[in-house]
Ligand binder design. Structure first.
Ligand SMILES: [Fe+2]
Length: 344
């Protein structure tokens, strides 16, 4: 099975993954996490909503946190289109294809169009957003990881081929894809010049797996983890630091106070040229971390609900190499380090 070729003349012009909306039960705690550990700047806040941006971002917000008393969820995943005119083209495209789409008002954003993708992920598109000064050179103000900018989203979906085909039809290119036998079980899709704006992996879904912020250097990752440890967020470290098996970047995965997962990553490889074609990987059940421990079971199985989306399971579940299996396979000494200590 293969993926369709990219539509290089898409019906409207999406430029990048740009923002998302999450709900949170304790806004003060989430504010601490995102400002002190991740290093985002607060652009605006009320009793019920906080808008945040990376230090390099002129756009008013890349992350919106809304207070909830319900189960925390990802309310919407946002993309930029190039011009206002692209929003009209997007609406016409969705109407032609029987996809429900409507214009809405969103604070600090220009005209905004809501729709959903083939997997059921709630999306929004806008061309404009209020701008604020970049603060990347105000190093003395930076906190935690000093995260620069939002980079990508990862969504779990039962049918990765169908989810990817939706975006490929909208002009997304495939940087990498994973196959298991005849099934496509992972797809990295991009509009900007790196491997990912949105990534799909085969699991029950649609569910929101993580979002990634770029940090400048590895010591920013270490600094984020130090801040997390000192501020009572030590348990938020879920996996890493490590290096992705297909070499895009270095990473660490954290869980915020509501369990939403985010990745801090160094700038990923560049992909621009037409002959930089999709890379196909056979999934063999090997460690996906090039030089460290594989992700824990929870990384593969847990994800945030996507608001209003109906979750279905794939035909077959994968059998990834989890940290738990990896340690068990190494024997009791590896799985229970206290045994080693006793013997020493
Ligand atoms: Fe990622």
């Amino acid at each position: 099975m293969s993926l369709p070729p990219t539509n290089f003349r898409p019906p409207f012009d999406i430029t990048r993954a740009s923002h998302l909306v999450l709900t949170a039960r304790d806004l003060a705690k989430s504010r601490d996490f995102y400002t002190e550990v991740v290093g985002l700047k607060v652009s605006d806040e009320t009793a019920t909503t906080i808008h945040l941006r990376g230090v390099e971002e002129r756009a008013h917000h890349s992350l919106t946190l809304k207070r909830t008393k319900e189960e925390p969820a990802c309310e919407r995943v946002g993309f930029r289109v190039f011009e206002e005119e692209d929003l009209e083209k997007a609406k016409a495209h969705f109407d032609r294809n029987g996809i429900s789409a409507k214009f809405v008002n969103v604070p600090f954003q220009g005209r905004t169009l809501h729709a959903s993708d083939a997997a059921g992920t709630p999306l929004e598109f806008c061309a404009r957003m209020k701008t604020l000064p970049r603060t990347q050179t105000r190093t003395h103000e930076h906190k935690g990881a000093g995260a620069l900018r939002l980079d990508h989203f990862q969504v779990l979906a039962p049918d990765v081929a169908a989810a990817a085909a939706f975006y490929i039809g909208l002009g997304f290119r495939v940087s990498d894809y994973y196959v298991a036998g005849e099934r496509i079980i992972g797809a990295f899709l991009h509009r900007k010049d790196n491997p990912h704006d949105i990534v799909f992996l085969a699991r029950s879904g649609p569910r929101f797996h993580h979002f990634g912020y770029i940090v400048p250097e590895m010591h920013h990752v270490v600094r984020a983890l130090d801040c997390a440890g000192n501020l009572g967020f030590g348990e938020s470290l879920e996996h890493g630091p490590g290096r992705h098996g297909h070499g895009h970047s270095y990473y660490v995965y954290l869980r915020d106070p509501d369990g939403h997962r985010l990745e801090l990553l160094l700038p990923a490889v560049q992909i621009i040229d037409i002959d930089d074609e999709p890379m196909r990987y056979e999934v063999t059940g090997d460690n996906t971390n090039l030089w460290g421990l594989p992700p824990p079971r929870g990384w593969f199985e847990e994800a945030s609900p996507l608001m209003g989306a109906k979750v279905t399971a794939p035909d077959r579940q994968g059998e990834p190499l989890t940290l738990e299996k990896y340690l068990f396979a190494k024997g009791p000494e590896a799985a229970r380090p206290e045994l080693v200590k006793k013997r020493a």
